[in-house]
Design a protein around this ligand. Structure first.
Ligand code: PLP
Length: 512
């Protein structure tokens, strides 16, 4: 069976077809969900935790909010999360089969803990990890935990959008060559693909290159868990040969927040070491509701793997088309905005609000407060709308109408003149590293006035949230660009995360 059998001819941009496991007779089979249901139905005399005892002592306020059902299923003892032999193992095996992995682990600490575990299972203290500088915060935590040293690839920036470009094969080659010149071998390569904006790198070529040199490749596919399920979507990292892939099943797919999957392919990375790392990072009391939501999401996809995203893709195209055709000056991010980019996720629709005369942070606030529309991501120049299985036509129409109205009511007549220079700086440029992430994490710190911070060694990881991509990383020398970027974002209304002083009047630096 192929990824998109009925549509192969009509979609020229995915030559790859992929196999799904045979469709089950009872397509809704979900081993963990079934076991949980049966277990919850027993009239057991429970002397176990949690103390609400299947809802008998549920906190009334929460019960009023969510009902008794979640409490009734908030159980333990069905299987061992770290050495699964029963329902958890069966559910994970089914997920591995569907997503095309050798082995899959369910995660209850989000993709965050999967990225950390992937770095810890490939890098030992002193090893070098090649990674993109616009990696998620969890990559820095992974280096603190493992003691790995970063070798960054700096993405180019599309300045008219203020959005990072895809990672090119040349950049990986350059990073490996530079390490070789220093007499070092990389322990692993970590790439985020797709990015929060749906930008995909050409993973197949990069992975091929790395594998020829026995370098394992980790792909942070937090935003691409749905790619397998329609041939109009980009190829998955597993299809392109990645060794470790971490997906936020709770993003475009439908599991509960905090639940993710870590997929292993092949034998380049030691599965026992991954297990040990996950045991180090995750709770010994995983929420069965989260695990059940992963199993149920997998079953939802298995039931209808070829057409499940038809409506979502249609709605995403409608959103993009209607914004562009009905709103003067509106533009939507497209593959063509990034020269040579293999593919972009159509379900992440990024709209340029800057050209409409409304900075992205202001547009977010206006849409939220005046139109009850909540975009997924805001930045200085744009808003990103995540279209998913739960999106409906009426909401798409509300966005089109809301943006049109907002532009008419709030847009500056001459946006470029009013806003130019204000947001020109990019988050990263040249990087000078004084301390490794781990050294910086444990170094003594002091807090200084932000005006005195240039040239100091940064002591805290600071980002705008979302997207949670660190602009300042502990151990790096403080320079003007990232600082100005953060100050502008703060002034524009971004949420600043990770700084002891979220107003950024002061900043924590390493005392060296
Ligand atoms: C690229 C990327 N990687 C990792 C994460 C962390 O994922 P999670 O929220 O599942 O822990 C995020 C979160 O937004 C992300 O955008």
């Amino acid at each position: 069976m192929v990824k998109c059998p009925s549509k192969q001819v009509s979609h020229s941009f995915d030559s790859k077809s992929s196999q799904f496991p045979p469709v089950e007779e009872d397509k809704s089979t979900a081993p963990f969900v079934s076991a949980l249901k049966a277990y919850a139905e027993r009239n057991a005399a429970g002397f176990t935790f949690p103390g609400h005892n299947r809802g008998m002592a549920a906190p009334p306020l929460l019960e009023q909010l969510i009902g008794k059902g979640p409490f009734h299923h908030d159980l333990a003892e069905l299987d061992n999360f770290f050495s699964p032999k029963g329902a958890i193992l069966d559910a994970q095996k089914k997920a591995a089969e569907l997503f095309g992995a050798t082995e899959t682990w369910f995660l209850v600490g989000g993709t965050t803990c999967g990225v950390e575990a992937s770095i810890m299972s490939t890098c030992s203290p002193g090893d070098t990890l090649i990674l993109t500088r616009n990696s998620h915060t969890s990559a820095i935590s992974g280096m603190v935990l493992s003691g790995a040293l970063p070798k960054y690839m700096i993405p180019e920036y599309n300045t008219s959008w203020g959005i990072a470009d895809w990672i090119k094969l040349d950049q990986v080659v350059k990073a490996i060559d530079e390490l070789h010149e220093e007499g070092k071998e990389p322990a692993a390569v970590l790439i985020t693909s797709p990015t929060y904006h749906g930008i995909c790198s050409d993973l197949e070529k990069i992975i091929d290159l790395c594998h020829k040199q026995q370098i394992p490749v980790i792909i942070d596919e937090a935003h691409g868990a749905h790619f397998k399920f329609d041939c109009r979507l980009p190829s998955t990292a597993l299809e392109q040969g990645a060794d470790l892939v971490i997906q936020s099943t709770h993003k475009v797919l439908c599991s509960f927040s905090q639940s993710s999957m870590l997929h292993l392919s092949g034998s380049m990375v030691d599965r026992e070491r991954i297990s040990r790392c996950l045991q180090t990072l995750q709770s010994t009391s995983p929420s069965y509701l989260l695990l059940a939501s992963l199993d149920a999401t997998r079953a939802q996809l298995s039931k209808n793997p070829y057409t499940i995203f038809d409506t979502a893709i249609l709605l995403a195209h409608q959103l993009a088309d209607e914004v562009q055709t009905s709103i003067p000056n509106a533009s939507v991010l497209e593959s063509a905005d990034f020269e040579g980019m293999p593919k972009k996720d159509p379900l992440h629709v990024t709209i340029d609000t800057w050209k409409l005369g409304v900075p992205g942070y202001d547009a977010y606030k206006i849409l939220r407060e005046e139109y009850d529309i909540i975009p997924e991501l805001r930045s200085q120049k744009s808003l990103t709308f995540a279209v998913s299985l739960g999106t409906c036509r009426e909401h798409v129409q509300r966005v089109v109408h809301g943006i049109k109205d907002m532009a008419a009511m709030h847009g500056l007549d001459n946006p470029d003149q009013a806003m130019i220079n204000h947001y020109e700086c990019l988050p990263f440029g040249e990087i000078s590293i004084k301390l490794s992430p781990r050294e910086a994490f444990f170094a003594n710190k002091r807090r200084i006035n932000v005006d005195e911070s240039l040239g100091e060694t940064c002591g805290e990881l600071i980002c705008t949230f979302p997207p949670g991509i660190p602009v300042l990383i502990p151990g790096e020398v403080m320079t003007q660009n990232p600082l100005s970027y953060l100050l502008n974002a703060r002034d524009g209304g971004a949420v600043i995360s990770g700084a002891a002083d979220s107003h950024l009047h002061s900043i924590v630096v390493c005392d060296i």
